[in-house]
Design a binder for this molecule. Structure first.
Ligand code: HEM
Length: 209
């Protein structure tokens, strides 16, 4: 089996992770009208589904998600085999970021389990035109689904508390000058994404949103 250089693993894992964060931001922004402007949401869903480039985007997204999963797993196993635990310890005495780093495999598994359920609920089959919001509501009215969506939102937020800074470090973009900005930016992004998906899940599950 060909050996992948550890720098390539780090860089691949970082770039694929950051691209997935970009998808999550766009996904959350696309979902906000489901709560605030249902008609806008249905028109957005219809034009998205009719877009000729959507299948390409979906293939790209699947490839990036698989790459992130495989490269990160291989990187973690390679580090463990080499006895390298340095990155598991907090150098900045930031216990939450350190816990987020140690629990990244658990966060990844929760996200993967969520995705398998989520895609079967809302992507295969795709809701009929004009019925996207009703489909989301029907899914989130089930308490088990709502709990899974909430857990995934928290897992993603927790993962990003560590992941954004780690990705910048892997790409060599973290310097003493920008480290505080990147760290705080990562925390803000983690809070906005986790909070946003959590609020959406709760609002749909509790009410007649
Ligand atoms: C409250 C939380 C969420 C809601 C209500 C929601 C809703 C939806 C809906 C309605 C679709 C179908 C879009 C379509 O018809 O093409 C979808 C697709 C998808 N969602 Fe979510 N989502 C949520 C959270 C997430 C999270 C946290 C992730 C990632 C971990 C995620 C990943 C995906 C993916 C990968 C697709 C398929 C995209 C495509 O193939 O076009 N979703 N989601």
């Amino acid at each position: 089996m060909p050996r992948i250089d550890s720098a390539a693993l780090r860089i691949g894992s970082a770039i694929s992770g950051l691209l997935m964060v970009l998808f999550l931001v766009l996904h959350l922004v696309g979902l906000v009208p489901a709560l605030l402007a249902p008609k806008v949401f249905e028109s957005y869903a219809i034009s998205l589904h009719r877009a000729p480039w959507l299948p390409l985007l979906e293939i790209g997204l699947t490839t990036i998600a698989l790459l992130h999963l495989v490269l990160t797993l291989v990187k973690t196993m390679t580090n463990q085999r080499a006895g390298n635990v340095a990155q598991l310890r907090s150098r900045r005495l930031a216990p939450i970021a350190s816990l987020a780093s140690r629990s990244k495999v658990a966060a990844g598994l929760i996200t993967l389990a969520f995705l398998m359920v989520h895609l079967q609920q809302l992507r295969w089959p795709r809701p009929a035109e004009g019925a996207e919001r009703a489909a989301v509501q029907a899914v989130l009215h089930q308490p088990a689904s709502a709990a899974l969506y909430g857990a995934a939102a928290l897992a993603i937020g927790f993962h990003l508390l560590h992941g954004v800074e780690a990705a910048h470090r892997s790409l060599g973009w973290l310097t003493p000058m920008n480290s505080t900005t990147i760290r705080n930016g990562g925390r803000l992004l983690a809070t906005v994404l986790a909070g946003g998906f959590l609020i959406l899940s709760l609002t749909f599950s509790l009410g007649n949103a």
